[in-house]
Design a protein around this ligand. Sequence first.
Ligand SMILES: Nc1ncnc2c1ncn2[C@@H]1O[C@H](COP(=O)(O)OP(=O)(O)OP(=O)(O)O)[C@@H](O)[C@H]1O
Length: 591
Amino acid sequence: MKDVQYFIKQIHQFAGMKLYGTMGLMGLMSLIEGAALLMIIPLLYFIGVLDMSMDIRQIQFLFEWIQQIPENYRLLFILTFYVFVVLVVQWLKKYTQLRHASIQYGFLHKVRTTLHEKILIADWGFHLQKKSSDIVHILLTETGKISSGTNAVLQLFSQALFTIIQIGIAFWLSPGITLFVLGAGVILMFFSKKFVRRSIKLGQRNFELGEQYMAGLNDNAAGIKEIKVNGLEDRKQEWYDNHTQAINNEQMAFLRLRSSSYFRYKVTSAVLIALFIFGALQFFQAQAAQLLLIVLIFSRLWPRVTTIQNAMEQIGAFMPAFYRVRKIEKEADANAENKLIASVLSPKSLIELRDVSFSYDSRTDVKALSHVSAEFPIKQTTAIVGKSGAGKSTLIDLLMGLHRPNAGMIVVDGEEKSSDYLLSLRPQMSYVSQDPHIFQGTIRNNLSLVKTEVTDFEMWEALRFAAADEFVQKLPDGLDTELGDRGVRLSGGERQRLVLARAILRQTPVLILDEATSALDSDNEQKIQQALENMRGRMTVIVIAHRLSTIRHADQVLVLEGGRVIQQGGYQTLAREQNGAFHELLQKQQV
Ligand SMILES: Nc1ncnc2c1ncn2[C@@H]1O[C@H](COP(=O)(O)OP(=O)(O)OP(=O)(O)O)[C@@H](O)[C@H]1O
C-alpha cells in the first residue's frame, strides 16, 4: 500500500490543481446526474404514472414546480430540460475523460522519464545485477500499469465522491432504503475480499510471466544465429507456445475472476431488490411511489458499489507493478552515481593505484583484484596482459570509475583522491570494449552521438584513423548507411573499427582499448597500430591485448594473474626476464 501511496503523492505533485479540478468536475457531474434522476418523477407524474395523492413529501416541490408551467408546454419543457441535462452531463463527461487521460498519460511520461533517468544514472554495479530485459519490461509494461493503476485509484476517489453525493440524494429521498442498500453493499464487499486478494496474486503472476516473456524474446532475438546453427527452432517454438499459453491462461483467470465478481454483484442486486419490494409490499403496504423510489435508489446506488469493487480488484491486479517499479526506483536511487565534479583537471603526469582490491560480490572473499598497485603515466601507452580471467577488464572498469575499490588508494600527480575522482575523470576517457556496441541508425548517427557539432571532415578523419574509411566509402550510402540492429550489417572487424573511430572523434586525453583490435586482419591492425604510434606522446593509451605482437610499441606492460599485478615494466625489460610470466606468455605466442 505504501508504494501506491507514493505514486498517488507523485501524481498529486505532477497534476496539482488539475487533479482537484477533474475530481471536482466528477462531483458536479454526479450532482447533475442526481438531479436528472429527480426529473424522472415529474415526467412520470406528467404521463400519468404517478398521481398527486401519493405520499412522497420529499419530492412534492417537483410537482408544484411543474404546475407553474402552462399545461400545453409542460411535456415540451420537461423533455427539453431532460435533453439539456443529458447534454451538459455528457459534455462534462467528455471533458473530464480528456482531462483524466491527459493527467494519466502525462503522469506515465513522468514516471517513465524519471525511472529511465534513475536507471541511466545508476552505477555499473546496479547494471551488472540487473537483466537488461527486466529493465525493458519494467519501463515498457509495468510503468504503463502504474499509470493505469494510479488512474484506477483516482477513479476510486472520484467514485467515492460520486457515491457520497448519490447517497446524500438517496438518503434525502428515503433514509431507510438507503441504509438497507448501503448495509447490503458493505456486507457483500466484505465477503468479496477474496476477489481482491486473488487479483493481487494474478497481478504478480502477470508480472512474472511478462518478465520471462521479455527475457525469452530478447534471448531468442540476440541468439537467433545460435538457434539456427544448433537446430534449436523446435525447442524455442515450444517454449514460445507454452509461454504464450500460460499468459493466455492467466488472462482468462483474471477475466473469470472479474466476471464471477460481476455476476455475484448483479445477482445479489436482483435478490435484494426482490426481497425489499416483497417486504415493503407485504409488511409495510408500500405505495407505488415508494416502490418506485426503491427501484430508483437501487438502480443508482448499487452500480456504485459494483464500480468500487471493480476498481479495487483492478488496483489489486496493478499492485505488484507498483511494488516492482518502486523497488527498481529505490535500488537505482541507492546506487546512483555521484554527480560529476564539474571541472576536473586532467592529470599531468601519473594516475596511480595503490594497494587496490575489488570484489564483485561483497559476500564472498573472492577478489577480482587483490592488492593491485599500478602506475599509468600520462601521455604514454600502458599495455595490460594476462590470462583470461586475470582481472584486466575489471582493472580498466575501475580506472573508468565503473567500479569502486573496496580497499586501497587512488593517487593522481602525487595527490590522494577519492574514488569519485575517477568518475569525474570519465568524460576525459574514450573506451572501446571487447564487444563494441553500435547504436541503431546510420554511421553518421553513431559518430555524431559522441560529438554533436561534428563536420563530415572530422568524421572521415576519425574513420581514417581507425582504418574504417575504405569500407565506409564502399557502403551504398556512405556515412548515411543504416547499420541495422546492433550493427549486424557489419563484420566484427568493421564494427570494431567504427567504434574506434567513434572513440577517436571524442578527442579525449585518454584512450582505453579492451581487446579493441582482436577481430581485425593484420593489415588493418597494422594501420591502427601506426595511427596510435603517430599519437605517441600526445595521448594516454591503455590497452588490453591478448595478441602480444600488438603491444610492442607500449611504454610499459602490466602483467596480471589471479587479480594481482605480477610484473610491471618496459616491454623489452620484461621480455628479457627469463623466468617471468611475460617471457612465458611471449614464448607461448612465439613472438
Ligand atoms: N560481472 C561480474 N560478476 C562477477 N564476477 C565477475 C564479473 N565480471 C568478471 N568477473 C570475474 O572477475 C574475474 C576477472 O574478470 P575480468 O573480466 O576482469 O578478466 P579478464 O582478464 O579481462 O578476462 P578476459 O581476458 O577473458 O576478458 C574473473 O574471475 C571473472 O569471472
